[in-house]
Design a protein around this ligand. Structure first.
Ligand code: NDP
Length: 453
C-alpha cells in the first residue's frame, strides 16, 4: 500500500519535532501537525519562559544583597510590562527556529489539529485526510484543575501565567509539586505577595524527604506564605474585582490571581485513539511498550502523552529512540535509570538517582549529608543553608543518589549525574580533589556518614 507519508507526527513539541526532524533527515517523508504553536509546552508555556522568569526573579534579591556587599543601591520594582514582551519575543524566535529546522529537514508542517482516523490515517481540522505508514502521537499534556465548581474557574493555570495582562500584587498558588513550588519562588522573587496552599503534609511528594523539609523551610524563610494541609473551600469574585478565597480551615483571604498547579493530564481527549484501537491508561495516557509502540502496531507515542517521566530531555530521547527503532532498523530502548532533574525553586534543587527512602527499601545504605551557610551568604549575615547529600550502598559503595539544594544546583547536578550514571563509588568521590573555594567541593569532602539507613 502506498502512503502519503512514511511518518505523520501529531504534535510539534520537543518529542514530536525531534522524531520528525531526525526521520526526515534520514530520508523519510514526514508530515507534522501542530494545532497551537511549534515548540510545545517546553518552549511556549513551560521550561523556557519559566526559566526566563527564574532569571528575572533572581535580580531583585541579588540587588538587595549587592547593597550588603557594599554597592550603593536604592531598590527598585519589577516591571512586568517591560519584561513580558521581551520574553514573548524570545519565544517567537525559538518557535521560528523549530519551524525552520523541521522545514529544512524536508518535513511538511500543517498548522492544524490532527486526529487519528485509523491505523494509517489522520484527519486534519481543515478536512484533509492523510495516510502514513507510521503515526507518532506526541501531543503532550495539559494542566489539570481538580474541580470546576467552588469558583475554581476563576483561577488560572501555567498555560495562562505567561500572558497575564496585569501583574498581580497578591497571588495564591495551589499545589505542592514542581510547578507550584517553582512559581511560588519566582513570583516571590519578583516582589509579589505569594501564598502557597498544599493539601499534603509536605511539598514535593516523591522527592527525598530530608530535602523536602529543607526546601520547605527555605521557601517559607524567603517569604512565601506556605501552608500545608490546606485546600480551597470555595472562591468568588468580590465587588472589588479581586478573588475572595475561603480555605478548608476557615481562613479567608483576597488575591488578584489564583494559580492551580495541581498536576497535568495527557492530551488524548478527542484524538480518536481509542476508536482506532489504541489502549489508554486510567488517566488517559497512551500505553506503550519499551519501544514506544502502542497497541496498534503502526501507531507510536512519545513524551508526556505517555506519562512515563514527564521531562523534555526524556521526550527528546524517546523521539530519537523511536526513529532509531522504526526507521534505522536498530531497536532502541530509552534507559530511564538515573535521570537527573532540577526543580527551579530559589534556591534550586538538583537530584539524580534514589531518594533515601527508596534506597533503604532496596538495601542498607550510608547517608552523607551536609548543610551549611555558603560563604557568599554567611558574609552578609544571611541564614540560607545549602544542602549536599549522597546516598551510598553499603554493599557496593556505589553512589545511589545525589541531592543538592543550592544556587546553581541545576547546573551542578548535570555533572554529578554523569558520575552516578557511570556507577561511581563513594571512594571515587573521595579520590577526587576538591575545587576550592566552592560550595560544590562539599560533595567530595563528606568523610563520615551522617547516619546508616
Ligand atoms: P506534580 O505532579 O509535580 O504536582 C502536582 C501537585 O498537585 C501535587 O502537589 C499534588 O498533590 C497536587 N494535586 C493533584 N491533584 C490535586 C487535587 N485534586 N487537589 C489538590 N491538589 C492536587 O505536577 P506539576 O503540574 O507541578 O508538574 C507536572 C510535571 O511536569 C512534573 O511532574 C514534571 O514531570 C514536569 N515539570 C518539570 C519541571 C522541571 O523539570 N523543572 C518543571 C515543571 C514541570 P499530591 O502530592 O498530594 O498528589
Amino acid at each position: 500500500m502506498k502512503f502519503d507519508y512514511d511518518l505523520f507526527v501529531i504534535g510539534g513539541g520537543s518529542g514530536g519535532v525531534r522524531a520528525g526532524r531526525v526521520a526526515a533527515e534520514g530520508g523519510a517523508k514526514v508530515g507534522l501537525a501542530e494545532e497551537f504553536r511549534m515548540g510545545g509546552t517546553c518552549v511556549i508555556r513551560g521550561c523556557v519562559p519559566k526559566k526566563l522568569m527564574v532569571f528575572a526573579s533572581g535580580y531583585g534579591p541579588a540587588a538587595k544583597q549587592a547593597r550588603d556587599y557594599g554597592w550603593d543601591y536604592e531598590g527598585g520594582k519589577f516591571n512586568w510590562d517591560r519584561f513580558q514582551p521581551m520574553m514573548h519575543a524570545e519565544l517567537d524566535r525559538l518557535e521560528g527556529i523549530y519551524r525552520t529546522n523541521l522545514g529544512k529537514a524536508g518535513a511538511d508542517i500543517f498548522n492544524a489539529r490532527a486526529v487519528v482516523k485509523d491505523a494509517h490515517s489522520v484527519e486534519l481540522s481543515t478536512g484533509e485526510v492523510l495516510t502514513a505508514k507510521h503515526i507518532l502521537v506526541a501531543t503532550g499534556g495539559a494542566p489539570f484543575v481538580p474541580d470546576t465548581t467552588k469558583g475554581y474557574d476563576l483561577g488560572i493555570t501555567s498555560n495562562e501565567i505567561f500572558n497575564l495582562e496585569t501583574f498581580p500584587e497578591r497571588l495564591l498558588i495551589v499545589g505542592g509539586g514542581y510547578i507550584a513550588c517553582e512559581f511560588a519562588c519566582i513570583f516571590n522573587g519578583l516582589g509579589v505577595h505569594v501564598a502557597q496552599w498544599y493539601r499534603g503534609a509536605q511539598i514535593l511528594r516523591g522527592f527525598d524527604d530530608e530535602v523536602r523539609g529543607h526546601l520547605s523551610e527555605l521557601i517559607s524563610d524567603r517569604g512565601v506564605d506556605l501552608h500545608l494541609g490546606l485546600e480551597i473551600e470555595h472562591m468568588q469574585r468580590g465587588a472589588d474585582g479581586r478573588i475572595h478565597v475561603k480555605g478548608t480551615d476557615g481562613r479567608e483571604d483576597v488575591f488578584d490571581q489564583v494559580l492551580f498547579a495541581t498536576g497535568r493530564t495527557a492530551n488524548t481527549n478527542g484524538l480518536g485513539l481509542e476508536e482506532a484501537g489504541v489502549k489508554l491508561g486510567r488517566w488517559g495516557q497512551v500505553l506503550v511498550d519499551e519501544y514506544s509502540q502502542t497497541s496498534v502496531p503502526s501507531i507510536y507515542a512519545v513524551g508526556d502523552v505517555t506519562d512515563r517521566i514527564n521531562l523534555t530531555p526524556v521526550a527528546i530521547r524517546e523521539g530519537a529512540a523511536f526513529v532509531e527503532t522504526v526507521f534505522n532498523g536498530n531497536p532502541t530502548k530509552v534507559d530511564y535509570d538515573n535521570v537527573a532533574s532540577a526543580v527551579f525553586t530559589i534556591p534550586e534543587y538538583g537530584t539524580v538517582g534514589l531518594t533515601e527512602e527508596a534506597a533503604r527499601e532496596r538495601e542498607p545504605v550510608d547517608i552523607y549529608c551536609a548543610t551549611f551557610r555558603p560563604m557568599q551568604r554567611s558574609f552578609i549575615g544571611r541564614n540560607d543553608r545549602v544542602l549536599f547529600k549522597l546516598i551510598v550502598s553499603q554493599a557496593t559503595d556505589k553512589v545511589l543518589g545525589c541531592h543538592i539544594v543550592a544556587d546553581g544546583a541545576g547546573e551542578m547536578i548535570q555533572f554529578a549525574a554523569v558520575a552516578v550514571k557511570m556507577g561511581a563509588t563513594k571512594a571515587d568521590f573521595d579520590a577526587t580533589i576538591a575545587v576550592h573555594p566552592t560550595m560544590a567541593e562539599e560533595i567530595v569532602l563528606m568523610k563520615t556518614p551522617t547516619r546508616k539507613s
